[in-house]
Write a protein that binds this ligand. Structure first.
Ligand SMILES: [Zn+2]
Length: 272
């Protein structure tokens, strides 16, 4: 497998406390201990639109590992007019999932490039998406932890439909203003819109695959496919379920707490 030697280990990152992780339950102490010997090898799962890219990217900067998003790899390939780009365009425009073979090919090339630059550890975002992919990954490297980010489905749909991109500068924004009252013990959820600066406002476009029909189809496909992947990692004691309590200001410190990570740049977020 091309991926084999790309995922191998390196030196320590002691951000992760094995004792605390093990005590929290659900995580195997073994998985946590191994993290101390090298940089973290984590996976982020979550529906499209849940914001996993944002959290994975922030965490990768904090922990000092590359954030590898297979969605970005696909978009880069699409933009490159490379050999796969036309085939990919058709799949993506129909709201379908890209095949394991293509994803593994793109990921393996990305890891190869990283290795030559001396990268170690990773946070994978959008991979593995199927049990088949999880098995391939499992056969070639140790995944320490799989963080499953979750958000109420009604909120998720609204957020996906609120996504906008500036056609001029390429900036990403979200016009959805989420303010859901407390229902049946589910806490109130407030997520303000992420509005663009005034000069982008008239240039906002919606991604072709962000129509309600395509978003719903994407969420349905995601749920169907992700359950077995979650189960795969749950059985191995590596799945950390995390319900997002709201937007980034509320969710970020709680996520760090769940991961037992201290953010040295932000004392307010520090976890004892
Ligand atoms: Zn703009």
């Amino acid at each position: 497998m091309a991926i084999v030697h790309r995922l191998l280990r390196s030196t320590a990152a002691a951000f992760f406390s094995p004792a605390a992780a093990a005590a929290r339950g659900g995580l195997s102490a073994l998985a946590a201990e191994r993290t101390l010997e090298r940089n973290v090898q984590w996976v982020f799962l979550g529906c499209p639109g849940v914001g996993k890219g944002t959290y994975a990217s922030r965490l990768s900067q904090l922990v000092g590992v590359p954030h590898i998003a297979t969605g970005d790899l696909v978009r880069e390939e699409l933009a490159s007019s490379g050999p796969l780009s036309q085939q990919l365009a058709e799949i993506v425009n129909q709201g379908k999932l890209v095949s394991d073979e293509i994803i593994i090919d793109l990921l393996s090339k990305r890891l190869e490039r990283g290795e030559t630059k001396g990268e170690s550890g990773f946070i994978l975002d959008g991979f593995p998406r199927t049990v088949g992919q999880a098995e391939i990954l499992d056969s070639v490297t140790e995944i320490d932890l799989v963080v499953n980010l979750k958000l109420r489905e009604d909120v998720l749909l609204e957020k996906c439909l609120g996504r906008r991109t500036c056609s001029q500068c390429g900036g990403n924004f979200n016009i959805a203003s989420i303010n859901v009252e407390e229902v049946n013990g589910k806490p109130r959820m407030y997520m303000p819109p992420l509005l663009p600066p005034a000069n982008c406002m008239s240039k906002l476009i919606t991604r072709a695959d962000d129509t309600e029909e395509v978003v719903k189809k994407r969420l349905h496909i995601y749920n169907e496919m992700s359950r077995p992947v979650e189960e795969f990692y749950r059985k191995r004691g590596k799945l950390l379920e995390f319900d997002l309590p709201g937007g980034i200001p509320e969710s970020w410190p709680k996520l760090l707490q769940a991961l037992n990570i201290e953010d040295h740049d932000d004392k307010q977020c520090a976890v004892a």
